[in-house]
Design a protein around this ligand. Structure first.
Ligand code: ADP
Ligand code: ADP
Length: 223
């Protein structure tokens, strides 16, 4: 599993706003780490830099020695964000198949259907995202992310846009799917309680610009 190294990486946006102070962080392969902090503190910016969607303006980020761009290019990185960007005209199954095609993997219909069942969407493979509830769309987004067997999974408030009961279900059911695969995961959330239930390490960030104010392991009985 890949080790993620954040070496003095910081971000100042072109308008001069410093979103992330230069940070030194290391994430062990196979771990799930939650980045927690107040709204606007720079969590998403940090995650987007690790995803290679945004370049740091200082320092560097490597994933097992490679740039995030290189890892993403090889299709070894998957993201799931708060508002799942599923293609609306495509079924859940087609969305998963497209993820495989785009990451140069074989489209295995049986494997897709097994994954759809694992995330709790058995029988909804033919449904389009618009026909699904918010929680079901989050499940579909996780299925699409995991079907490519990414080495690194980046989640930005993946359970944020759903009602509280649905959220509890998603938190109980979905993280074990990437844990059991040994996928390295980074999760952004503003909820400490959500972080404690999902992650084995919690990093608390300060108000903008993001700095580390606490970095604590979470003992897990279920790991
Ligand atoms: P969080 O995820 O913790 O809510 P963000 O990383 O989204 O925080 O944003 C951190 C700060 O950077 C905010 O003040 C936000 O308005 C600002 N910001 C985010 N993206 C951009 C951008 N593309 N250009 C300029 N400022 C941005
Ligand atoms: P979050 O809190 O989940 O990061 P935001 O609502 O802060 O989401 O940001 C949503 C999008 O708007 C992001 O892509 C971010 O880069 C962009 N954004 C946020 N603040 C600014 C800003 N001040 N200038 C330009 N883009 C911004």
């Amino acid at each position: 599993e890949p080790r993620v190294l954040v070496a003095g990486a910081g971000k100042v946006y072109p308008d001069g706003l410093e979103a992330v102070a230069p940070l030194d962080l290391e994430f062990a392969g196979g771990s799930t780490t939650a980045l927690v902090g107040p709204s606007g503190c720079g969590k998403s910016t940090l995650l987007r830099m690790i995803a290679g969607l945004e370049d740091p303006t200082s320092g560097s980020i490597t994933i097992d020695g490679d740039s995030p761009h290189a890892v993403a290019e090889r299709g070894e990185l998957a993201v799931a964000f708060q508002d799942p960007s599923l293609l609306p005209w495509r079924s859940v199954r087609q969305n998963a198949a497209l993820a495989l095609t785009l990451t140069h993997r074989e489209v295995d219909r049986a494997a897709i259907d097994r994954m759809i069942a694992r995330v709790g969407l058995d029988g909804f493979g033919d449904a389009r995202p618009a026909a699904l509830s918010g929680g079901m769309r989050q499940r579909a987004a996780i299925a699409r992310a995991l079907i490519t067997e990414p080495r690194l999974l980046l989640l930005d408030e993946p359970f944020g846009a759903v009602d509280e009961l649905t959220r509890q279900d998603l938190i109980a059911e979905l993280p074990p799917l990437w844990r059991e695969r040994g996928t390295t995961a980074l999760l952004v959330t503003h909820s400490i309680s959500e972080a404690a239930r999902i992650a084995d390490r919690i990093i608390v960030l300060s108000p903008r610009p993001a700095r580390v104010v606490a970095d604590v392991p979470v003992p897990r009985g279920d790991a």
